[in-house]
Design a protein around this ligand. Structure first.
Ligand SMILES: CC(C)(COP(=O)(O)OP(=O)(O)OC[C@H]1O[C@@H](n2cnc3c(N)ncnc32)[C@H](O)[C@@H]1OP(=O)(O)O)[C@@H](O)C(=O)NCCC(=O)NCCS
Length: 211
């Protein structure tokens, strides 16, 4: 499927820019991951991909998402830029968005870029993209029990915790907090500009939003 239109999308916050990466930018993202996302003793992800980081697999994960893109099943892995450099990623994905209007999100930042409010800012950006840009009704997120930063971001942005599930990234079960925010609960705390989305809306199974 021709996904070229996705590359024109830019989501801008006061300090950040989100967009799909060029190959060079994807390589830069890999180097950010390689430099470290979390202390080795902690695993923030439900799937422990950072325990076995491989250049080829990393690139294929991102490029494969575009190769496999269908309006009924998509994963959009935006790269996050601060001051023109790659600092991490913010993704959004959906299955059958045209009928259920539900998205899920996930993100990470390189360690040097954490604890500066960028995590909150990029999640706010993706929620505004989902609700105002795509017309989503609901957005889901989740965080392992020890991931205070991710939980704080969900709480500050108005998500509700809906329950606790279980994942086992390193074989042992770990509680996972499940969060949801509905369209009517979303109040964007910062100024966000979305550019270049309209020609790409059919790729998301979405329609132009009024206002
Ligand atoms: C989760 C992550 C994206 C958050 O981004 P961030 O830029 O570091 O977070 P922010 O600076 O926006 O901080 C958000 C809140 O979490 C708190 N926080 C951040 N890091 C923290 C830490 N290590 N321990 C405790 N609190 C922390 C901040 O103080 C802030 O709280 P406040 O709202 O009460 O002031 C980032 O830390 C990260 O990439 N972590 C590793 C990967 C990961 O966990 N991904 C998410 C998987 S669900």
């Amino acid at each position: 499927m021709n996904v070229e239109a996705l590359f024109a999308i830019r989501v801008r916050t006061p300090r950040l820019e989100l967009g799909l990466p060029t190959l060079d930018e994807l390589e830069e993202l890999y180097r950010v991951a390689e430099a470290g996302i979390h202390p080795p003793a902690e695993m923030p992800f439900a799937f422990a991909w950072t325990d076995n980081l491989r250049h080829g697999i990393f690139l294929d994960f991102h490029q494969g998402a575009l190769r496999d893109w269908r309006p009924s099943l998509w994963e959009c892995h935006f790269v996050t830029f601060a001051g023109g450099r790659v600092i991490g990623t913010q993704n959004i994905g959906a299955r059958e968005f045209a009928t259920n209007r539900e998205v899920g999100t996930g993100s990470w930042l390189g360690r040097p870029f954490q604890r500066q409010g960028y995590g909150l800012e990029q999640r706010a950006a993706i929620l505004e993209f989902a609700f105002a840009g795509l017309g989503a009704e609901r957005a889901k997120s989740g965080a392992l029990v020890h991931n205070v930063a991710s939980q704080r971001i969900s709480e500050r942005l108005g998500y509700r915790m809906t329950g606790v599930s279980e994942v086992a990234p390193r074989g042992e079960p770990v509680p996972h907090h499940d969060y949801v925010i509905e369209r009517g609960e979303w109040r964007c705390p910062i100024e966000i500009r979305i550019e270049g989305l309209e020609p790409a809306l059919p790729l998301f199974g979405a329609f132009p939003q009024s206002g």
